[in-house]
Design a protein around this ligand. Structure first.
Ligand code: YOG
Length: 138
């Protein structure tokens, strides 16, 4: 069974995002806005079913999937491409493969204490992001 990724997570670091965006052909105007953005991840998980929202002042993105089931992903508001995507769980890590126009595209999430890690990959670029759990009021 996958670990529980549910929660609200704020970005604390973002490495090589510029080159990752370049590999997706994001225009320079958008890149110059996006580089200042510290998105929040809101993850809702029920067993193998996930909704991941990436929220920011400039764009929001939502993806919904079940582990092991390929789905049509529409990356509207990001690079606007379409992919055949599948997410599996491998040793506690969520591994997404995004099949489409771009080679070697996907992402990996894993947990480390109150940190959520994300590696975003496209062609020869890897962007490494770390998020910290937002404590809910009791
Ligand atoms: O996450 O797919 O958690 O979907 C990657 C941006 C920048 C928009 C964000 C705003 C790729 C302009 C989604 C960012 C660059 C730049 C906040 C990462 C494209 C456009 C939306 C992602 C997975 C895993 C879930």
């Amino acid at each position: 069974a996958p670990p529980n990724f549910s929660g609200t997570w704020n970005m604390v670091s973002n490495e090589n995002f510029e080159r990752y965006m370049q590999s997706l052909d994001i225009d320079i105007f958008t890149r110059n806005l996006a580089k200042f953005v510290k998105p929040q991840k809101v993850i809702e998980q029920d067993g193998d079913n996930f909704v991941i929202r990436t929220l920011s002042n400039i764009r929001n993105y939502r993806v919904q999937f079940t582990l092991g089931r390929e789905f049509d992903e529409d990356l509207k508001g990001l690079d606007n491409r379409k992919c055949k995507s599948v997410v599996t769980c491998d040793n506690g890590r969520l591994v997404c493969v995004q099949k489409g126009e771009k080679k070697n595209r996907g992402w990996i999430h894993w947990l480390d204490g109150d940190h959520l890690h994300l590696e975003l990959r496209c062609e020869d670029q890897v962007c490494r992001q770390v998020y910290r759990r937002v404590q809910e009021a009791c």
